[in-house]
Write a protein that binds this ligand. Structure first.
Ligand code: MF3
Ligand code: CO
Ligand code: CO
Length: 263
């Protein structure tokens, strides 16, 4: 994952990646109405998996080993579902039921015709506290403010500067250990996309680059802890965390968000 390994996508690759991204967005649209009190995260995972396969896709997550993960088992599910104090990589479970007041992230990476698309959104269950609602909305805004920095000639660090400035000004913290990433031909490509960075740092953006912006923003401390399963990541202080993710193409004029459902 060196900066020199960045893949500038061809028009043909962009078409394929756009198609995979569209399926991710449609799945995230579809699952919204199933997010209710009493449903298990495993049921949500199953519904997403069935939808993805019936639309010509497969899950990139199942059996995924990740970076330097030789000590861990491959990821067991289609989706990551991360509730409340879970920051990311929550594993759906048959005995984990949604409760009134929960906030959760559903993160999907699919493969269609060999191309990858990656996106996640937050969902709310029943009556959610003002503080959590605000966290969810502000985290989406932080992602969009980061995406708005994307244009040829701008640097990767401009994204993380904009996101962390916005979030920290509002009293939140930004998770450091997990980043956005190049995506499309493989699941996790170069470059890393830091969500907290110095303005003007990192490589220059070039048309044809495709990467994710996926900030994880916490109510309390930025510190994380990883559970015994070697995947589930929680906030150290047990306070809530939120995340949104889009896959974005750098265009000649600026950017195009690819993980949208389109016409
Ligand atoms: N979709 C996550 C990301 O945004 C990665 C999940 S890896 C998995 O990069 F193996 F946990 F699925
Ligand atoms: Co991602
Ligand atoms: Co993702």
């Amino acid at each position: 994952m060196g900066d020199r390994d960045v893949i500038i996508k061809t028009p043909k690759q962009i078409e394929g990646i756009r198609n995979a991204c569209r399926l991710v967005a449609r799945t995230l649209d579809m699952i919204g109405e199933y997010v209710r009190i009493g449903v298990s995260t495993q049921e949500l995972d199953h519904i997403c998996h069935t939808f993805i396969r019936s639309h010509g896709g497969t899950s990139a997550c199942i059996d995924y080993l990740g970076n330097n993960r030789w000590w861990a088992d491959g990821y067991p599910k289609c989706t990551c579902i991360s509730r409340n104090d879970i920051i990311c990589h929550g594993i759906p479970r048959a005995d984990e039921y949604l409760e009134d007041g929960d906030i959760l992230n559903i993160d999907l990476t699919v493969i269609v015709d060999g191309y990858f698309g990656d996106s996640s959104r937050m969902y709310q269950v029943g009556t959610v506290s003002h503080e959590r609602k605000k966290l969810v909305e502000d985290t989406r805004e932080a992602m969009m403010i980061g995406i708005a920095e994307i244009a040829p000639g701008k640097r990767m660090g401009d994204i993380g500067y904009a996101i962390s400035h916005y979030a920290e000004e509002r009293g939140y913290s930004v998770v450091r250990e997990y980043t956005g990433h190049g995506v499309g031909v493989r699941f996790h490509e170069s470059p890393y996309v830091y969500h907290r960075a110095k303005k003007g740092s990192g490589i220059k953006m070039v048309p044809g680059m495709i990467f994710t912006v996926e900030p994880m923003i916490n109510l309390g401390t930025h510190h994380t802890k990883t559970m015994q399963d070697n995947w589930t990541v929680r906030t150290e202080d047990g306070r809530a965390s939120a995340q949104w993710e889009h896959t974005v193409l750098v265009t000649k004029k600026g950017y195009e968000i690819l993980t949208v459902s389109g016409a």
